[in-house]
Design a protein around this ligand. Structure first.
Ligand code: AMP
Length: 214
């Protein structure tokens, strides 16, 4: 199944995708994670995208689309995938249609106060990218990833200023995708109105929606 997780920063796209991936047996593809890895490697691509990402503004479509095209060529995508953070503009969505056909878009509808609270307290594993929240999804040992023992770090674009910019950017560029996919009849909305809801509960809700589509 080919799935897009749609929602603002902090809505849970990464958290739910990483849990759904082993359940569904398909990879999570996070455009942000791929580019952060390139930055860490100091590759030519990483150097190109760093200035955009540090500022919390979108990386140009042509660069992102090429990254996605390359990723989809890998054999683990044969049975499907979960896109997390892609597409982020109408142009990316249209380009994606030329490459492959998306089966369902899960839209995470989350109020802004929850996004701000989560983003301000989010840390993620340097190695495996697992996401934690120091308020309600805490690691067992402080600063250490439960899954792989990697170091937990705060992202450079999660300063209050960059967060504000990223949310505004979402409103302007990505929010139109809700109507776009609604008009195609493949949008499923998952409401997340409580801060404390454990991720497993939402993952089960999404898995049930996906089972209903088969
Ligand atoms: P994320 O990890 O999804 O929050 O993305 C972090 C940053 O990576 C964004 O603020 C953008 O600079 C860049 N980025 C990730 N995915 C995309 C995309 N699909 N299109 C453009 N920029 C992206």
């Amino acid at each position: 199944m080919k799935i897009v997780m749609l929602g603002p920063q902090g809505s849970g796209k990464g958290t739910y995708s990483s849990r759904l991936s082993p359940i569904l047996g398909i990879p999570q593809i996070s455009s942000g994670d791929i580019m952060r890895e390139e930055i860490a490697k100091e590759s030519p691509l990483g150097i190109k995208v760093k200035e955009y990402m540090d500022k919390g503004i979108l990386v140009p479509d042509d660069i992102v689309i090429q990254i996605i095209k390359d990723r989809l060529k890998k054999p683990d995508c044969e049975k499907g995938f979960i896109f997390d953070g892609f597409p982020r503009t109408l142009n990316q969505a249209r380009e994606l249609e030329k490459i492959t056909k998306i089966d369902v878009v899960i839209y995470l509808d989350v109020p802004e106060w929850i996004l701000l609270k989560r983003l301000g307290s989010r840390v993620s594993c340097e190695k495996c990218k697992e996401i934690y929240n120091l308020i309600n999804i805490k690691p067992k040992r402080e600063g250490i990833c439960d899954k792989c023992g990697g170091r937990l770090i705060q992202r450079e674009d999660e300063t209050p200023e960059a967060i504000k910019k990223r949310l505004k950017e979402y409103e302007e560029n990505t929010q139109p995708l809700i109507d776009y996919y609604k008009s195609k009849g493949i949008l499923k909305t998952v409401k997340c109105y409580k801060f404390e809801t454990p991720p497993e509960e939402k993952v089960e809700e999404i898995a049930a929606i996906l089972r209903g589509l088969k």
